[in-house]
Structures are given as C-alpha cells and as structure tokens.
Design a protein around this ligand. Sequence first.
Ligand code: PMP
Length: 338
Amino acid sequence: MDRNKAIVNSVLDLVGETPIVKLHSITKDLQGEFFAKLESFNPGQSAKDRIALHIIENAEKKGILTPGDTIVETTSGNTGFSLAMISLVKGYRCILAVSDKSSKNKIDVLKTMGAEVHVCPANVAADDPRSYYETAKRIHKETPNSIYINQYFNELNIEAHYATTGPEIWKQTEGKITHLVAASGTGGTISGTGRFLKEQNPDIKILGVDAVGSAIKKFHETKEFDPNEISPYKIEGLGKNLIPTSTDFDIIDIYEKVTDEDAALAARELVRSEGLLCGYTSGAVIQATQQYAEKGMFKSDSFVVVILPDHGIRYMDKIYSDEWMKAQGFSITRKVNI
Ligand code: PMP
C-alpha cells in the first residue's frame, strides 16, 4: 500500500509497510547497528495480519471462500485477531481454538472482534483430542463451507512474508542488512523474510529465536524431533512442541533459546530504554540478540534488523504486571545486561 495516500478503502489496506526504527540505548554496548521492524504498526498490531490476509485472499482467488463462509484456526491470539478483523470487513464467520496460555485480555479482544473462541489446554500433546489443533480440525470437519487456515502447516504463511516483509526490509535498509533476528513460532516470518533476503544477498545471516522448552532449535541442529526438549513455558507465540512445515529450516543459520524470565525482563527494558511497548516475543528477540552478541556474532560494521512481532498492550496482565512477574518467581528489578 502507499502510506502517502491520505485515504484508504478499508483497514485491510493498512496491512504491511511497517516502519523500521533505529535502536539506541538498549544496544549501545553491542558491536554494530541495530534496527527494529515494528510489526505492531499493522492494523491488527502484529505481523499476523500479513499471513491472515494473504491466506484468505488466496482462498478467495481459488473460489473456495465466499462471504458467509467460515474461517477456522488455532491461534495464540494474534493470528486470531487478524482473522477476526478480516472476517468482519469481508463478511466471514470466524471460529478460533486458542491455548489457555493466551492472556485473558487477548481472548476478550478476540470476542470483541466477533470471533467464537474455544479455549484449550496448552500442555497436552498435539494429537490429544483436547489440544487446540484437534479442536480446530474437528470444528472444521463439522462446519460446512469452512476453511482451516492451519498456519503451522501452510506454505502460504512463508509466502506472505516472502512477498511483503522480506522486500520491505531489503528496500528500507537499502540492501545494507547483514543479519536478521526473528522469532520462530510457525516459522513463517523468519523463513519467508529470510528466503527473500538470502536471494538478494546469500551472505545475510538469518538468526532464529526459540524458547527454552521448545523442540525447534534441537530439530534444526539434528533434524530429529526430541521430546525431551519439551517442557512448559510462558512465552506465547514462540517455539513449539511439534515441528511446523511452515518453517524452512534450511534458510535459518542458527537458533538461540531464551528463558521466560529473560524475555520478560528484556521486553520491560525495551519499554524503558526505547519507549517501545512490545509483546513477550519481542522481549525474546531482544534477549536473543544480546546472547548472539555475547557469542561474537556481530562486528562493528554489522547492520542488524530485529523483527518485533507485536504490540505490548495485550500483555499488561502478564509481563508488564509486577504481580504476574512475582507470581512466576521472576525478578522485577534486575536489569537485563544490554
Ligand atoms: N510472536 C508472536 C507474538 C506470535 O504470535 C508469533 C506467531 N506464533 C510469533 C512471534 C512467531 O511468528 P511466526 O509464527 O511467523 O514464526
């Protein structure tokens, strides 16, 4: 879209073309220059607007989705918001199966956006009938004229970022980018963006961010799924207890894992140091950037772009609540060493 156009036709025309801002004090002790792509500037306040719009418009073009039909998805909240928003504008019914790790606030927002929400336990196996995957699959089967977005196993997820996020970063940085740091949940963001960037310049390093408790990093290293890697964790939208096909592991050079506490503290520090109120995975990305720097990944001429996936306002009752932090046994005073 053209941001200079004064009036756009609908909120959907505001998806993408998000800004990049330079980071200052939070990265001042690190070698290189650091820039943050703010996906909170999408109208749904997250990167998920891009994939939701891309997948829905693809289904419309194929003629398998027409107004009045139903959209079904599993979601940590952000994809749900994007699908609900698009459904309102385009006239679809939206049914979402969400994890009980999602904040109450996120779930309330989805309902406000007109979605039907089914809350499912996070800490059961993916093939358990109670899991949000199985719940969504069942609803899709039982609902005539419905499509299942299936973001973890949908190549269009990668394609959305290949078509938009990648070219935007390449253009905005005038090809100067040397490293991309991005969270890996479905893997769509890092794979699609990374694939585009590596096609422009194969030397660009694509650095993934995973959660302690997730199987993704180990799979990247060994090509084997190790159930021993899996343990409960708090960060919503990062890592996984299964291996998504919407991650192109060949594009990603290396992963870092972050803890719940470090990611939360980094998000809080990002607010104080840069005035950027971002989500939990944004904290994870900042924390991982610090860990990569400690391992000598960046040099003085590095031009590092980090993708901050969503806005922080949806986490006020979590990482931005001192009570919540204390209840997890997390520090609230320790400054992240950035
Ligand atoms: N951060 C948040 C808040 C998310 O909801 C997601 C999506 N699960 C991600 C990061 C990861 O993005 P992707 O799914 O494209 O890997």
